[in-house]
Ligand binder design. Structure first.
Ligand SMILES: NC(=O)c1ccc[n+]([C@@H]2O[C@H](COP(=O)([O-])OP(=O)(O)OC[C@H]3O[C@@H](n4cnc5c(N)ncnc54)[C@H](O)[C@@H]3O)[C@@H](O)[C@H]2O)c1
Ligand SMILES: [Zn+2]
Length: 365
């Protein structure tokens, strides 16, 4: 993909059809297109305080001066993904007197996308919604697939909806301002996509993961586009997660437990990185994954520094947490595992002893 080129991925599910446009420096064109496509609409851009600050002088100011365009922002961070912020933003929409002819745009990371998308899903029973993801994690994962929602003190993402976007614009240049730790956070989901469905991408990452992490031209594009294709394909065949979509949870059963037990000090990506390592050991222990493939997975997780920040929890507390996960059935955690690189399977019940042994092998005693 050269400078001015754009790649388009179509996502077609039973209920929805939308385009994902990917390129560099496409943001100005994207807004022009949106202003044209939604010329009879009031446009509300929801963003967080960091993105607002960083992009104040170029993107935000230009838009703020346009008639019928409003920018609403909230304090950056997962702590804002709650009912209070949702209520605050909804109150603003009513104060502005906005009706059903409102387009909501999420400009930011996964927190912004999930929150703005949930508001779009329920405001006036649903208004059009566009995603402009600005973090690597949101560009490869959260901005597509239609899951939107907020957290509740009981747990993450417990209030939400399936509300697919009308369009997604992915401008890779946003990643230039992203802190390195946030890149690592997104890399985990790229590696996950490769492991579950794309052995060719996995081989590519084996040779080029450093270049991808350094956001080198061509390499980051390839990684983002391939991961998006994996997610798009999975979502197309099972939008509401009654079956195949569960494979996207590889690494997440253990990963979520660790993320919560660390009080979110470990990023989602790092927690999922450790989760993928443990679940890879589980797959090998139950005899569905060859040892040499396990070693390849460990090599790439180590190379991308996902296992660098150790989490000191006990195997028992991690196991206990998995049974409380919203995706567990009747208190029994189900795993999405792999029987080879590129071949995921889902709905696997694993004996607790094997989970414990696998956690112990990773150093959780
Ligand atoms: N809906 C889904 O399918 C889905 C999938 C995965 C994750 N998620 C959700 O996504 C959220 C995590 O997303 P995230 O990691 O993007 O978090 P985030 O939105 O909090 O962004 C991470 C940080 O980066 C900052 N930031 C954003 N864009 C930037 C840029 N271009 N330059 C500099 N800083 C920038 C943000 O202000 C924030 O501080 C979680 O709430 C998770 O539950 C949803
Ligand atoms: Zn994830």
């Amino acid at each position: 993909m050269s400078n001015s080129e754009k790649e388009i991925i179509n996502v077609k599910t039973g209920r929805s059809h939308y385009e994902i446009i990917i390129g560099r420096n496409i943001i100005d064109n994207a807004f022009e297109e949106v202003l044209h496509d939604y010329k009879d609409y009031t446009i509300v851009i929801i963003t967080d305080s960091n993105v607002q600050r960083i992009y104040e002088n170029n993107i935000i100011q230009k838009l703020n001066n346009k008639e019928g365009v409003y920018i609403l922002s909230f304090k950056a961070g997962e702590e804002s993904k709650n009912r209070k912020t949702k209520e605050f933003l909804e109150d603003r929409l009513f104060e502005l007197g906005l009706g059903r002819d409102t387009l909501i745009i999420a400009l930011g990371g996964g927190v912004t996308g999930d929150l703005a998308g949930f508001i779009a899903a329920t405001y006036m029973r649903g208004v059009p919604f566009i995603q402009i993801p600005t973090t690597l994690l949101s560009q490869v994962d959260s901005s597509i697939g239609g899951k939107v929602g907020i957290d509740h003190p009981t747990g993450k993402n417990l209030l939400g909806a399936f509300y697919p976007p009308n369009k997604v614009y992915i401008d890779i240049d946003f990643l230039k301002t992203l802190p390195n730790e946030e890149i690592i956070n997104g890399i985990a989901e790229i590696i996950k996509a490769a492991i579950i469905q794309d052995s060719e991408l996995f081989r590519y990452l084996e040779s080029n993961i450093d270049r991808v992490i350094n956001l080198e031209k061509g390499y980051i594009e390839k990684a983002i586009i391939s991961s998006l294709k994996v997610k798009a394909k999975v979502v197309e065949s099972d939008e509401k997660e009654s079956g195949l979509r569960k494979i996207l949870n590889f690494g997440h059963t253990i990963g979520h437990s660790i993320e919560v037990l660390s009080n979110f000090e470990l990023s989602h990506g790092r927690a999922v990185g450790i989760g993928m390592a443990v679940e890879t050991i589980i797959a090998q222990k139950i005899g569905i994954l060859k040892n040499e493939e396990k070693e390849r997975i460990f090599r790439i997780l180590n190379k991308s520094k996902l296992l660098d920040k150790p989490f000191k929890g006990s195997a028992d507390e991690i196991i206990k947490k998995t049974s409380l996960d919203k995706k567990s059935r009747k208190g029994i955690a189900e795993y999405s595992l792999i029987k080879g690189i590129g071949f995921a399977v889902y709905g696997i019940k694993v004996e607790e002893e094997i989970v414990r042994d696998s956690l112990v092998e990773m150093g959780f005693l």
